[in-house]
Design a protein around this ligand. Sequence first.
Ligand code: ZN
Length: 263
Amino acid sequence: MRYFDSHCHVQFDAYDADRAEVFAAMQDAQVGGILVGTDRTTSKLAVHYADGKTLFASVGLHPNDKPQEGYDDAYYEALAKDPKVVAIGECGLDFFRPENPEAEKARQKDVFARHIELAAKVDKPLMIHARPSKGSMDAYLDAYEMLKDAKAKYGDRLQGTMHFYVGDIETTKLYLELGFTFSYTAVLTFTHDYDDVVRFIPRANLLSETDAPYVAPAPNRGKRNDPLAVRSVVSAMAVIRGEDEETIREALLTNAKRAFRLG
Ligand SMILES: [Zn+2]
């Protein structure tokens, strides 16, 4: 592997017509990655398509993609024990558009707490989706309170990655205290909103991802994305940090291997 896409969804319907070609193109370009589940079906499919060599799986229930689907502890625990599963999630808190804020926040916190317990039990890192409400860092701060308590209880068995990270420097300091990693998408190719934070995070705590099929890089914005775009994320990160692209590419691969304990 030369590149690692820490968070993508090639098991989604969006790839039904050409999934084999996408996987073959990843092989050719030496791009490895994690297929991330967002519910029962896509978690099971992630494990199905993972090969445990360059393609891995993460299993969990997204905080609000499918609010009507309850979290089933036994179902996810059975999947989580598969050796191809290298993370638990995506799970977390999404306060971007809560319809019934208090009840919804309580529901999300309950489901997130159960993912945290599972991650500690199977000793695999959390793949965290935290999205604050507009103009605030609320989801990051609430998630941190839960994770800080879990860290005190579980110690090193509690690890995690902040996927699609949009936090500021203050929230970054909190998550660095926990020893977490921060994953960036191709958003870096079309906005400079995160440049200061990307420069602030120690190189050893950075990861690259695409969140494909979402968030294609410039100049393909709006089109279906794919994991090969992780190369654009690496270039953008190198430019923002003023570092050599090869150095950052190698660091991101090493970080992913460490964070997800890949053979
Ligand atoms: Zn995702």
